[in-house]
Design a protein around this ligand. Structure first.
Ligand code: 13P
Length: 252
């Protein structure tokens, strides 16, 4: 049974696609999302945010980024500020993705600082959390996820939390073809929602959109989205393919 929360399906392109490929994809997906009941987001590389926004032509496709820095400006060679993202039309930003945590050593406190900046910049933060295979197998799921939520969301008010999306992406499911079972994903989303209710209040916990990510494909989108606490999907590889992504957004 689905809840009455808005379904949000996000494609995370990671480090893929040229300007030409981006414009072709966006123009190709627009007619396919017209009938979708979900909101459709695309997190694209910095270099193609502006062409992607222009190609949406004011449709319901929402373009965002995959990372940002926590300062507004200054001597941070190679970094991008939230104000710069907003300037080119990005409306959301993925923060704390497992690739940022594990390849680039981002800590919960740095992610917390970025979330605060994104909120000030009025860009919707999408916070990613998830346990590694080792943590999963040693039964540490709760401990890991609660710590990620607690530290990444420190000093965030319920009103601010209500503007965010939380994405549960078990690290062992990302790019491995080992999708979490709908039951495991549901149970984990429930755990997280209960934790949010305990710390930030039931009202915001009932309202916040929680996405599942990790080897989402056309074949498993529907069974995941049928779970009561799964309100959306964060799709990596399958979002690069127009046909697969169209099938996912039209999962019904
Ligand atoms: P895959 O869908 O390729 O497993 O990637 C998931 C992901 O990391 C989305 O952010």
């Amino acid at each position: 049974m689905e809840s009455d929360r808005q379904i949000v399906i996000t494609g995370n392109w990671k480090m893929n696609k040229s300007t030409e490929e981006t414009v072709a994809f966006v123009k190709g997906i627009l007619p396919k999302i017209e009938a979708a009941n979900a909101l459709i987001y695309l997190a694209v590389p910095f270099t193609v945010i502006q062409p992607a926004v222009e190609a949406t032509g004011g449709s319901k496709l929402v373009i965002g980024a995959q990372n940002m820095h926590d300062a507004t400006d200054g001597a941070f060679t190679g970094e991008i500020a939230g104000g710069m993202l907003k300037d080119v039309g990005a409306r959301f930003v993925i923060l704390g993705h497992s690739e940022r945590r594990h390849i680039f050593n981002e800590s919960n406190s740095f992610i917390n600082s970025k979330i605060k900046r994104a909120l000030l910049d009025e860009i919707q933060p999408v916070l990613c959390i998830g346990e590694t295979l080792e943590e999963h197998e040693s039964g540490k799921i709760e401990e890991v996820l609660y710590t990620q939520l607690k530290e990444s969301l420190e000093d965030i008010t319920p009103e601010q939390l209500a503007k965010m999306i939380i994405a549960y992406e078990p690290v062992w499911a990302i790019g491995t073809d080992k999708t979490a079972t709908p039951q495991h994903a549901q149970d984990t989303h429930r755990l997280c929602r209960d934790y949010l209710a305990d710390k930030w209040g039931k009202e915001v916990a009932d309202k916040i959109v929680m996405q599942y990510g990790g080897s989402v494909k056309p074949e498993n989108a529907k069974s995941l989205l049928e779970q009561p606490d799964i309100d959306g999907l964060l799709v990596g590889k399958a979002s690069l393919n127009l046909d697969f992504f169209s099938q996912i957004v039209n999962y019904r």
